[in-house]
Design a protein around this ligand. Sequence first.
Ligand code: UDP
Length: 327
Amino acid sequence: MNVLVVGGAGYIGSHAVRLLTRAGHNTWVYDNLVFGHPQAVPQARLIEGDLLDRRRLVSVMREHEIEAVMHFAAFAFVGESVVDPAKYYQNNVVGSLNLLEAMREAGVLKIVFSSTTATYGEPKVMPITEDVPQRPINPYGFSKLVVEQALADYALAYEFSYAALRYFNAAGASPQGDIGEDHDPETHLIPLVLQVALGQRSHITIYGDDYPTPDGTCIRDYVHVDDLATAHLAALEQLGPGVALKLNLGTGRGASVREVIEACRRVTGHKIPAEVGLRRPGDPPELVADSTLAQSTLSWQPQYTDIESIVSTAWGWHSKHPRGYRS
Ligand code: UDP
């Protein structure tokens, strides 16, 4: 298939691009390189362009006879979305609607969309199934939910076929260690803990240890980026008339902040000092996926099921690239 991967030079997108290419798909990356890294994707496949540029999107889709889109391009800092919601509605909502209109104009009706656990807000029941009500608690979560709704409406009215994949905590890196996570600023737990092991930070701050969890720290479902990529490929290959998928992508196993830090200590052999700080506003105590539906629908099984194996691949990347793609 001729596939346009929008936001394909980013963390999850670049891993998906690699897998799509290996699976024999003719893959093009469309990225404005605000957060994406040109080094993360094959140069000959990279088209620099913006999500808001509809004319260019249409012409790229026509020129390369695109048959399906994967859409990873988004701003994804929860805290920033609270202080600057306009940025999130503009890029994540207006940008995505623009992409859907460009698809309509170019006659491309298949899309795999990056959605998120943040669309669920703070669900009371764990693990989270897809029929848990989606009640986001921040503009980032709302921006993704609006696009999910647009996809459902476009599917009904314009014969779009889509998969909205709701990621839990994307983590890890390609086992070759040549592509991986590189955000600026970095806010995610695993890369920050590994920066302590690299001597770039004195310690890691645990955002609260008084949560109602066994060790008092927040529990998340860390899912390997290559497992996410595999699910994207499987979803893409299922798209067709009448197909609309809404699926949780997680391992079904939670790890606490303390367990993540312990895993990083074992993998790196570094002491990794930790200090307990204040809670981060908006952090639910526990978010764990029930991804039974994704597993059966996509015949998908996460290959990395324990936090230590995920951290090992992250360490493979960060230890070889201590300054990310600038290394
Ligand atoms: N966290 C932490 N210290 C940090 C960064 C994150 O204790 O320096 C915690 C955070 O409160 C959350 C978990 O680690 O419970 C995962 O946070 P991350 O930002 O990686 O992902 P999120 O769950 O926000 O998508």
